[in-house]
Design a protein around this ligand. Structure first.
Ligand code: PSU
Ligand code: MN
Length: 306
């Protein structure tokens, strides 16, 4: 029987940080490979790492390649993830064994990245938006695997909310059922990803990184398994115009339906449609919100300690 090292490669900088007690912040790679175009995606990944380092933490980008789950990706593999998205698979819990066994290259989703955090011992993870309950799920049964992993893996996930193309209200309901606290960072309502406000009230709020760290400690000391989902609104100056974004999302979802695009191909399809139909406004907003999340995530990682 192979051991963990056969399949898991924690790169030196991250392994040292974990050993020395320097806070580590994980990053997912699906937003890089399938959520943004090249070369802005590569610049974004590099910027996120720089932001995290600036506050004294170590970034750990997660991806799959050559039969291993890599934690702390950079260099050629990062370049490939960004520039060759056609060859890069989108990897959630279901896909990990297959992609590892076949030696293929994959970008991890929130679900896949949470699993890597669990294996490596990382407690804070920064993303853009999590997956959840899709609009019209009654027909498609499409609920992201992200939800199942948020329910059982002990990590604080910093996001700008739920992917804007989803049913936000139903996603909040399912997160409640699964026992995942959704904590507004400096807000009492769920942000709507590209915009700050969805009108959906939250029951939990934190205004400082320390407050989030206190919630993490309380939850995990009591062995209440699972993530804390921090929802951090996009900065005011980067907010997209809600009407324009929402009509582009509706049109993109409709286009996807006509073209028979579904399952894991749906998000990349709709995101690129929305970017193309809003003169890249959505892309600019997306870049700004992930950078903002990286700052908050690094502050939380420091407040929590290693
Ligand atoms: N939000 C975005 N862009 C993305 C994603 C979310 O704005 O690319 C990705 C994340 O990696 C998330 C995944 O984990 O979509 C969920 O995909 P699915 O709905 O197929 O489970
Ligand atoms: Mn799905």
């Amino acid at each position: 029987m192979a051991d963990l090292d056969t399949y898991l490669k924690v790169h030196d900088e991250v392994a040292n940080a974990l050993k020395e007690g320097i806070p580590v912040v994980a990053l997912e790679s699906t937003i890089i490979s399938h959520g943004m175009p090249y070369p802005q995606n590569l610049e974004c990944a590099e910027k996120l790492c720089a932001i995290i380092r600036d506050v004294g933490c170590v970034p750990a980008l997660v991806a799959v390649d050559g039969g291993k789950l890599h934690v702390g990706v950079g260099g050629d593999l990062l370049e490939k993830l960004a520039s060759k998205s056609d060859e890069v698979l989108k990897v959630s819990r279901r896909d990990i064994p297959v992609v590892l066994a076949k030696g293929k290259t994959g970008a991890t989703t929130v679900s896949g990245t949470l699993i890597a955090c669990h294996l490596a011992g990382i407690k804070v993870f920064v993303t853009g938006g999590i997956g959840g309950v899709h609009r019209g799920f009654e027909e498609s049964f499409d609920i992201s695997a992200d939800i199942e992993d948020l329910a059982v893996i002990d990590v604080a996930v910093v996001s700008a909310g739920v992917k804007a193309i989803l049913d936000l209200e139903k996603t909040l309901e399912v997160l409640e059922t699964k026992g995942v606290p959704v904590v507004g960072y400096g807000t009492d309502e769920l942000p709507a990803f590209y915009t700050r406000s969805s009108g959906l009230k939250l029951v939990a709020r934190a205004d400082t990184p320390e407050e989030v760290a206190d919630m993490m400690k309380a939850k995990w000391t009591l062995n209440l398994q699972g993530s804390i989902l921090v929802v951090n609104p996009i900065p005011l100056e980067n907010e997209a115009e809600a009407g324009e974004i929402n009509s582009a999302i509706a049109a993109g979802l409709n286009e996807a339906k006509l073209a028979g695009v579904k399952g894991k191909d749906l998000t990349p399809f709709v995101l690129s449609y929305v970017a193309n139909h809003t003169s890249n406004l959505s892309l600019k907003a997306n870049l700004a919100l992930v950078e903002n999340n990286a700052r908050v995530g690094a502050d939380i990682a420091r407040a929590y300690g290693a």
